[in-house]
Design a protein around this ligand. Structure first.
Ligand code: UD1
Length: 327
């Protein structure tokens, strides 16, 4: 397939690009390189454009046909979205509207969209299925929720078929430790654990140990970024086979606590993770993990990597890339 990948230079996008290429697909990346890195997409055609620049986007894509689009281009920091909601709605919602417009102009009908478990807001059940109530508690989650709605409406109106993949906690790095997350920009747990164990930061702050969980710390569903990449190709295959639009959770179905992440890191690295217990982070649910039954049923997809794979790949990547792709 010939694939257009907006946001392909970012953390998840760059793994996606490489996975697609390794599996025989031709890839064109669109990225403004605000958070992505040219190095990460050096082996494919990449076009520098921000999705808000409709004229340039239109010019670059004019007359080009793609079998499918995998759309990662978005702002994705929850805290920043609360401080700058307009930035998030403009980038994530208007940017996607512009992309959809160009897809329709160029007769491209299949889209896989990066959605998020953040659209569920505070979980009312520990295990989250697709029909769990959607009450996002921050503009990041809200912007993704809006795009899901826009895509459903565009399917009804124009026959634009889409699959929204709601990621749980993407983590880990490539097996060869050449692609991974940049702890300078990420606010997620695992890069912070790696920073602490490698001595690049003071103690890791554990946000609360008084949650109603077995060890008192927060439980999340960590999904290896390579498994996530594989889920996107499975989704496109599903659309290419003529199936209907659908929304799926992408997680492992298993929860892991913060202390379990620390213990696994200590076992794999052979080093202590300096850490201290601090107050809960506002808005953090106690536990949140996916019911991953639908994606398994529809795409015959299930994770092939476990928590040790996540931690060992992240450790190898961060050890060799303390400055991310600039290292
Ligand atoms: C949330 C969003 C997710 C988004 C991510 C981006 C939900 C359900 N999920 O993930 O979609 O991509 O934010 O930031 O809203 N923790 C610590 N110390 C740290 C960092 C984290 O103890 O320094 C703990 C948190 O309290 C939590 C767990 O580690 O229990 C995971 O946190 P994090 O990696 O930030 O992800 P979420 O908050 O689950």
């Amino acid at each position: 397939m010939k694939l257009l990948i907006p946001g392909g230079a970012g953390y998840i996008g760059s793994h996606m690009v490489r996975y697609a290429q390794e599996h025989g697909h031709e890839v064109v990346v669109l990225d403004d390189f605000s958070a992505g890195h040219e190095w990460a997409v050096k082996d494919c055609e990449s076009l520098r454009v921000n999705l808000l620049d409709q004229d340039k986007l239109s010019q670059l894509l004019k007359g080009r046909h793609f079998d499918g689009v995998i759309h990662f281009a978005a702002k994705s920091l929850v805290g920043e979205s609360v401080k700058k909601p307009d930035l998030y709605y403009r980038n994530n919602v208007v940017g996607t509207l512009n992309l959809v417009n160009e897809m329709l102009n160029n007769d491209v009908n299949n889209l896989v969209f990066s959605s998020t478990a953040a659209i569920f807001g505070n979980p009312v059940t520990d295990k989250i299925a697709e029909d769990h109530p959607k009450n996002p508690i921050n503009p990041y989650g809200q912007s993704k929720r809006m795009v899901e709605q826009i895509l459903a409406d565009c399917d009804r109106a124009y026959g634009l078929r889409s699959i929204c993949l709601r990621y749980f906690n993407a983590a880990g790095a490539s097996d060869d430790a050449t692609l991974g997350e940049d702890w300078r920009f990420s606010q997620n747990l695992i890069p912070h654990v790696m920073k602490a164990v490698l001595g690049h930061s003071p103690a890791l702050q554990v946000f609360g140990n008084d949650f109603p969980t077995p060890d008192g710390t927060g439980i999340r569903d960590y999904i290896h970024v390579e498994d996530l990449a594989r889920a996107h190709v499975a989704a496109l295959d599903y659309l290419s086979a003529g199936n209907e639009s659908i929304t799926c959770n992408v997680g492992t179905g298993h929860g892991t606590s913060v202390l379990e992440i620390i213990a696994a890191t200590e076992r794999i690295s052979g080093k202590k993770v300096p850490h201290e217990i601090v107050a809960r982070r506002p808005g953090d649910p106690s536990q949140c993990y996916a019911d991953a039954g639908l994606i398994t049923e529809k795409f015959d997809w299930s994770p092939q990597r476990n928590l040790d794979d996540i931690i060992s790949s992240a450790y190898a990547w961060h050890s060799s890339h303390p400055q991310g792709h600039d290292s």
